[in-house]
Design a protein around this ligand. Structure first.
Ligand SMILES: Cc1ncc(COP(=O)(O)O)c(C=O)c1O
Length: 443
């Protein structure tokens, strides 16, 4: 980065600082991952200078012959990897990808059904305050008491509400989803089945998680999570989708541009292409398998330490923990773990008695640590440090006689962490682990 260093020392220093932060902590937010140097180079390339509004062969601006080549190549790679009929690689990110599908298939006010945000769905699946529920009629479905999708309730609601789209997609659901069951219900009421596989698309590509492609009409995904590419998204149309609606791909394309976007980010599209090539390698299958093995090992270990895992464990890359038996809010736990170098996020749990800003749970996952080469042995260490951290912080809270209302105050949480003296020692353990598994970005 010699040019950047010379031109803008402030931004250069911030990038170096962030690199150091990532190197010296564990990336355990399940939606994050470490893209390769090759992906970074493509994203930083001259494609970022080019405007390419439109699609290959039908652009609004001149000078797009190379743009056409790169976009078509990336589409072709995505079609082969996911075995789908058509792909749009232009969405700037996952949220606009989902919104484009809704605008393609629904008129304002028509009904969509997605998993409630508080039960593991994404904001864009019809949550209050999101455009998906402001402009469309959103009917959320939920999980059952075991933390599994309540298909009976889903079927009942679908028959009653007659949605035009059913969204099978998740941001905090650790289990394998029964795509077939979703499809049966969607077909029963004549709805489009849209699956949002943002979290699991890398696992699906590698064949370690069932593909929704035979069952769904439309599949959306971000490209920066388990898929390990740059930030971006894709909308895939399946054979089943084209059978239901031969104009489906056209509708989706029109919904992206001129519907909700202007020019595509060609540099990101190039980066997606690089990632898709990497994802087609045997080594990526090994990686994806290890992501799941690591998550299962971590879940088993956390169970031993009496953590209460939603649904009892995981089949994928992510784990959701109910912390109520540990006497700590998710936010305090996440802040304590950040102090020792374990970076994860607070999260609501199904039927959470606490409000979204102070939820009862935390969510974590293994894509990032597995990209550094960590395996089951390291997961054991991480579970132990997590357990010690949370126990120590909870003990301090008890000693200071702090109740939950007080714990909601930032200054009080800071005081609790400052008083928990053992965090420094635990942080050193995580730092040693990080140094043993440096970030290489070469896969
Ligand atoms: C399931 C799911 N869909 C969509 C999105 C939105 O993606 P983005 O943040 O790129 O807009 C996310 C992001 O976490 C997600 O988990």
């Amino acid at each position: 980065m010699k040019f950047l260093r010379k031109a803008d020392i402030d931004i250069y220093n911030l990038i170096k600082k962030e690199e150091k932060r990532q190197a010296e902590t564990l990336m355990m937010i399940p939606s994050e991952n470490i893209a390769s140097k090759a992906v970074e180079e493509a994203v930083g390339s001259s494609f970022g200078n080019k405007y390419s509004e439109g699609y290959a062969g039908r652009r609004y601006y001149q000078g797009n012959t190379v743009a056409d080549e790169v976009e078509l190549l990336v589409i072709d790679r995505a079609k082969k990897l996911f075995k789908v009929a058509e792909v749009n690689v232009q969405p700037h990110s996952g949220s606009p990808a989902n919104f484009a599908v809704y605008t393609a298939l629904l008129k304002p006010g028509e009904t969509l059904m997605g998993l409630a945000l508080s039960h593991g769905g994404h904001l864009t699946h019809g949550a209050d305050m999101n455009a998906s529920s402001i402009y469309f009629h959103s009917v959320p479905f939920t999980l059952d008491n075991e933390g599994r999708i309540d298909f009976q309730e889903l079927e009942r609601l679908a028959k009653k509400e007659k949605p035009k789209i059913i969204i099978a997609g998740f941001t905090a659901y650790p289990r394998i989803v029964d795509w077939k069951k979703f499809a049966e219900i969607a077909d029963m009421v004549g709805a489009y089945l849209m699956t949002d596989i943002s979290h699991i698309s890398g696992l699906v590509a590698a064949g370690v998680y069932p593909s929704p492609v035979p069952y769904a009409h439309v599949v959306t995904t971000t490209t920066h999570k388990t898929l390990r590419g740059p930030r971006g998204a894709m909308i895939m149309v399946t054979e089943k989708g084209l059978k239901k609606d031969p104009d489906l791909y056209k509708k989706i394309n029109r919904a992206i541009i001129p519907g909700i976007q202007g020019g595509p980010h060609l540099n990101s599209i190039a980066g997606i292409g690089v990632a898709l090539k990497e994802d087609s390698k045997k080594s990526f299958v090994t990686y994806a398998n290890q992501v799941v093995k690591n998550a299962k090992a971590l879940a088993a270990e956390l169970n031993k330490y009496n953590f209460k895992l939603i649904s009892g464990g995981t089949d994928s890359h992510l784990i959701l923990i109910d912390l109520r038996n540990k006497n700590l809010l998710g936010k305090t736990a996440a802040e304590g773990l950040e102090k020792v170098g374990i970076i994860l996020n607070m999260n609501g749990i199904p039927f959470d008695p606490n409000p979204p800003l102070y939820p009862s749970g935390i969510r974590l996952g293994t894509p990032g640590t597995t990209s550094r080469g960590m395996k089951e042995k390291e997961m054991k260490l991480i579970a132990r440090v997590m357990n010690q951290t949370i126990n120590e912080v909870a003990k301090t809270k008890e000693r200071m006689k702090i109740d939950m209302e007080q714990e909601k105050k930032r200054s009080v949480r800071q005081q609790i962490l400052a008083e928990t003296k053992s965090l420094g020692k635990l942080q050193k353990e995580i730092l040693t682990l990080c140094k043993k598994f440096p970030i290489k970005k070469v896969y």
